[in-house]
Design a binder for this molecule. Structure first.
Ligand code: BG6
Length: 492
């Protein structure tokens, strides 16, 4: 049975032999086939420089899907899926090659979607090639992967160039965190639960912590990562997306594109961090060798291709304050790093202590309520509530009880757990932009990030601390919070 909204598309992938295509796109498309979400007439047109043909590429696709999905391929699904694949040999620096693509696209009257799964330096030649061959027609769409530039200026250059060929409504900028179930659930959590909705402000919330911890290192991506660092690679996009969703005002319609405007409004309220306050507001680190899951791993400076003098950070913690009436006085602490002790992402909302003095008399260190939103792995929600310890003592003693939800997987079973790329590919086929990042969002994020990176570069004080792989980051990260009488909520 065919599902709503799934138009017949020609999905053209630039970068067909790349890591992203094999690891994420092909497995996600195969799953969409299995869920019967793809229109009968949709085609997948893989393009690349290699001298392959369609038969050859189908074989490569099968190997990749098997490897990265890690499950048996179903014959019926595979038969339908493989029949959609066409390989088109294009060197994106050769404008004439785009006419080969034109010939294929002309065979059908499908909605054309271009997916740029290629390094950013190749983007311009794709825009030009498509433009020269008149393939940027108004019904077409283009999907771009992050990073979009490495600064406000470079990002503007890409966006300006892109806007010569495509209108904003045709452009789908991917941040795969926006396709994750647990992140989307933040909207329901905040706006559908009146208890939380009415208490989501500086009257009840003391501070918020957002952690995205990774076990992986840079995975043989020295050239890419060393230019970026964890701040550009993770904070500029994924962590700021989480922060804006956690703090934005309610959009008029939860599925509409007004969500993007609400996020931009928040980005404009982030107080500047620059050379003057960088030491008070940030901590950076770089991993040295250590153990991850019992296995020895290399230091960042010993990774393949490393430049031994690199000052690039693989860990960053930031204290963010907002110029926003509802959030005045509430610090948001973000931290993310590679080669940390466990892979997990979590938001912890620390509520203020009860103002009732009689309890404080008994308990000078009275604890407070916490809402712990585990995003990954096994998304779940925990609410720490204060409770009296039953006893015959005259003293009134309080303790924390943890109310914990099912994990989403337990409650709804695995079949409802959608991979981020499956969701985002489908949304792009439907032509809905709300889960994609607008130009304004990308540029506002860079506006805030640039002075942080310049601050680190230009300050005389050394601000890069080594941390052991398998730890929770450099000491400075703890000091950053301790300076405000806070401490990181520990992983458990
Ligand atoms: C990517 C970054 O965008 O996100 C990687 O480039 C990072 O460096 C990855 O490892 C993390 O994604 P996830 O979904 O595993 O949290």
């Amino acid at each position: 049975m065919l599902k709503e909204n799934n138009l017949a598309c020609d999905l053209v992938i630039f970068g067909a032999k790349g890591d992203l295509t094999k690891r994420k796109l092909l497995p996600a498309l195969y799953k969409l086939e299995q869920y019967q979400e793809i229109n009968e007439n949709t085609r997948i047109i893989a393009t690349g420089r290699a001298n392959w043909d369609t038969e050859n590429y189908i074989k490569i696709t099968k190997i990749a899907i098997k490897k990265f999905l890690n499950e048996d391929i179903q014959d019926i699904v595979w038969k339908k899926f493989s029949a959609r694949i066409i390989f088109c040999n294009i060197n994106v620096y050769e404008s004439s090659h785009f006419f080969r693509l034109k010939k294929i696209l002309k065979q059908k009257n499908n909605t054309v979607i271009y997916y740029c799964a290629i390094p950013p330096e190749t983007l311009n030649s794709i825009f030009i090639g498509l433009g020269n061959a008149n393939l940027n027609f108004s019904s077409s769409r283009i999907i771009l992967e992050k990073p979009l530039g490495i600064s406000l200026q470079t990002s503007r250059e890409i966006n300006n160039h892109l806007s010569k060929y495509f209108l904003e409504k045709q452009i789908f900028r991917i941040d795969h965190y926006l396709g994750k179930d647990a992140i989307l659930n933040l909207f329901s959590l905040r706006f559908a639960n009146s208890l939380l909705f009415h208490n989501w402000n500086n009257k009840t919330i003391d501070h918020v912590q957002i952690t995205v911890a990774e076990e992986v290192g840079i995975e043989d991506r020295w050239n890419y990562f060393n230019k970026m660092g964890q701040t550009r690679d993770m904070v500029q996009n994924h962590l700021l997306q989480i922060l804006t969703i956690i703090t934005m005002d309610a959009p008029s319609n939860i599925t509409s594109e007004t969500i993007r405007d609400k996020k931009v409004e928040i980005l404009r309220t982030l107080k500047s961090i620059n050379i003057d306050n960088i030491h008070k507001k940030t901590a950076r680190g770089q991993y040295s060798s250590g153990l991850i899951n019992g296995e020895k791993v290399l230091a960042y400076l010993d990774e393949n291709g490393a430049n031994k003098n690199s000052q690039t950070e693989t860990f960053v913690a930031i204290k963010i304050d907002l110029n926003h009436e509802r959030w005045s006085g509430v610090p948001f602490y973000l931290r993310t790093g590679k080669r940390l002790a466990h892979k997990y992402s979590e938001i912890v909302i620390f509520f203020k202590k009860s103002p009732i003095e009689s309890f404080q008399n008994f308990n000078s260190t009275l604890l407070s309520n916490k809402l712990i939103i585990r995003l990954e792995p096994d998304p779940n929600i925990q609410f720490d509530i204060l409770n009296q310890i039953p006893s015959l003592k005259s003293k009134y003693e309080l303790d924390i009880i943890q109310l914990k939800s099912y994990t989403l997987n337990e409650k709804y079973s695995q079949k409802y757990s959608v991979n981020a790329y499956e969701r985002l590919l489908l949304e792009s086929m439907r032509g809905i932009q709300s889960l994609f990042v607008s130009r304004e969002e990308v540029e506002e994020a860079w506006k805030w990030i640039d002075p942080i990176i310049d601050g680190w570069k230009n300050t005389k004080k050394n601000n890069l601390q080594l941390y052991k792989s398998g730890s929770w980051g450099p000491k400075n990260s703890n000091i950053l919070l301790a300076n405000h009488n806070h401490s990181w909520y520990e992983f458990n």
